[in-house]
Design a protein around this ligand. Structure first.
Ligand SMILES: [Zn+2]
Length: 150
């Protein structure tokens, strides 16, 4: 299956990155969330927005029925859900302690979009990726490379 070697670079198509940050901007000031799939070849393939059932500016809970539907849809296409996204409209650019405890699946990559608080530009979001490792209680930031969509 997908190459999940620790330290690997995460290559994300630009259309998926844009889709996540557009969703974050549309939901702001509330936190936005969703799921990311990989295709049969292990490439990041799609972002699926999921409603934030918490409707909160400081936390997210993926709406359970929508979560289930996305996983079913992705698996019916032969892919797998391999990551999740959420936003921090009010910072910081790192997963919170609650985010770490409530990580939906330990094998999933966490993509986090945070709004730059020092910017006057409304759409100045920073996108980062984090992974949990077996040994560390803290998520590790991974190198995220945005590639051109094929
Ligand atoms: Zn968070």
């Amino acid at each position: 299956m997908a190459d999940r070697a620790i330290g690997s670079v995460i290559q994300l198509p630009d259309r998926i990155a844009a889709s996540m940050l557009d969703h974050a901007a549309a939901c702001a000031p509330l936190e936005a969330c969703g799921l990311l799939s990989k295709d049969v070849d292990g490439r990041w393939s799609e972002f699926y927005p999921v409603s934030n059932a918490a409707r909160s500016q400081s936390r997210f809970v993926m709406e359970p029925d929508a979560l289930f539907l996305v996983i079913s849809r992705v698996e019916s296409l032969g892919g797998e859900v391999a990551g999740f996204f959420h936003s921090h409209p009010d910072g910081p650019a790192e997963p919170s302690q609650v985010d770490t405890v409530e990580w939906p699946d330990r094998t999933w990559v966490s993509f986090l979009g945070s709004l730059n608080p020092h910017s006057s530009e409304q759409l100045d979001w920073t996108l980062r990726a984090f992974e949990l490792t077996g040994t560390s209680p803290r998520p590790m930031q991974r190198r995220l490379v945005i590639i051109e969509s094929g």
